[in-house]
Write a protein that binds this ligand. Structure first.
Ligand code: UFG
Length: 344
């Protein structure tokens, strides 16, 4: 059984990926400092898969702790690196925290990999690297735009660090960089899902929390964009579809299928939906009201972006398959389950 280290494995995308890895027969070690997640997520993973993955409460910024952890789990073959700070607004206020957390942890891991003869590396990147693309849908060849936030910059610099490291040591590493569009939804069991700290920044958790009454009203940031209904357009992808791409990426490197020792793939559906379309769809499929009002634009928002996933479909051999209806249903089921749990 091949062993995979998943940093940030108790987080939103991380936990869904751990489930898919276990389902495919991988042994998983999770490293997470629980800065934006809860250790109870391990219970959810165990309920779904019947297996409790090894867990180490470690900050990836701590080189010595990471090294000790790798001494203990000395047969890891691949790493999926999710652990990172990800709030765009906070990154503007605390840039050094973001550069430290996101870049030092990446450097530590890349430095430790050859020491422990770990070659395969999957990196969580983001469509944020494209900024507002000139051509839609956006392909992997689109130019990288100046980052609008320190967070976005850490993803761009992270990709460069990986590229330079592999260029200098092509025999020691191979990597798949995955550029995520907007992951939403939750596992079909509703045992794991997105659990934002405090007031959610992202659209879907705000929608579900408004629908259930935790928030009074959703604010729609702008209806004067150059889009059919005036609200911003994104490529919303089911988190389980996204999670499965990570398993495919690891298998690709393990079985020597990579065409180059660094490959980049867009993970999106190819379908752009506006904020208002998401709200309407959510209301319809879940038969619940989402009170909202249109307010001014949010600073730094991209008007419209959606993926051209052809390269991932054809070369990685992965495709997003969940419908948006099913995805929105899963997000609501998770919110309902959270409410049920908090009453127990
Ligand atoms: N939105 C609202 N109201 C809200 C929250 C969001 O109208 O309360 C809108 C936003 O203006 C945007 C859309 O919903 O048009 C999606 O917003 P999210 O915050 O969910 O997602 P973003 O596309 O802005 O952010 C995503 C990732 C970030 C990443 C960013 C880069 O979540 O990590 O893309 O563009 F940095």
């Amino acid at each position: 059984m091949s062993k995979v280290l998943v940093t940030g494995g108790t987080g939103y995308i991380g936990s869904h990926t751990v489930v898919e890895l276990i389902n495919e027969g991988f042994e998983v070690v999770i490293v997470d400092n629980l800065s934006n997640s809860n250790v109870d997520v391990l219970d959810g993973i165990e309920k779904i898969t019947g297996i409790r993955p090894a867990f180490e409460n470690i900050d990836c910024v701590d080189y010595v702790a990471m090294s000790n952890m790798l001494d203990k789990h000395n047969d890891i073959e691949s790493i999926i690196h999710f652990a990172a700070s990800k709030a765009v607004g906070e990154s503007v206020e605390k840039p050094l925290l973001y550069y430290r957390n996101n870049l030092v942890s990446l450097i530590n891991i890349l430095q430790l990999m050859p020491v422990y003869k770990i070659k395969n590396f999957v990196f969580s990147s983001s469509c944020t690297v494209y900024g507002q693309p000139d051509i839609l849908p956006v392909t992997e060849d689109a130019p990288i735009k100046v980052a609008l936030s320190p967070y976005g910059n850490t993803k761009q610099i992270g990709e460069e660090i990986i590229r330079d490291t592999i260029y200098a040591n092509p025999s020691l590493y191979q990597s798949v960089i995955l550029r995520y569009f907007n992951p939403i939804g939750a596992h079909a069991s509703a045992e794991i899902g997105e659990l934002p700290n405090g007031v959610p920044n992202n659209l879907l958790p705000f929608v579900t929390q408004t629908a259930i009454g935790i928030r009074k009203q959703l604010q729609v940031f702008g209806d004067d964009y150059n889009t059919p209904d005036g609200s911003c357009i994104r490529d919303y992808i089911h988190v389980v579809d996204l999670a499965k791409a990570h398993v495919v990426a690891v298998q690709r490197m393990m079985f020597g299928k990579s065409k180059e020792n660094i490959e980049i793939f867009n993970l999106g559906t190819g379908r752009g939906l506006s904020v208002l379309e998401i709200i309407k769809s959510f209301e319809k499929v879940n038969e619940v009201k989402v009170p909202y009002k249109i307010v001014g634009r949010r600073e730094g928002d991209i008007e419209k972006v959606w993926a051209d996933p052809t390269y991932a479909n054809e070369v990685l051999g992965w495709k997003a398959t969940e419908t948006v209806e099913e995805t929105l249903r899963s997000a609501w089921a998770w919110e309902l389950n959270l409410a049920k749990r908090s009453k127990l």
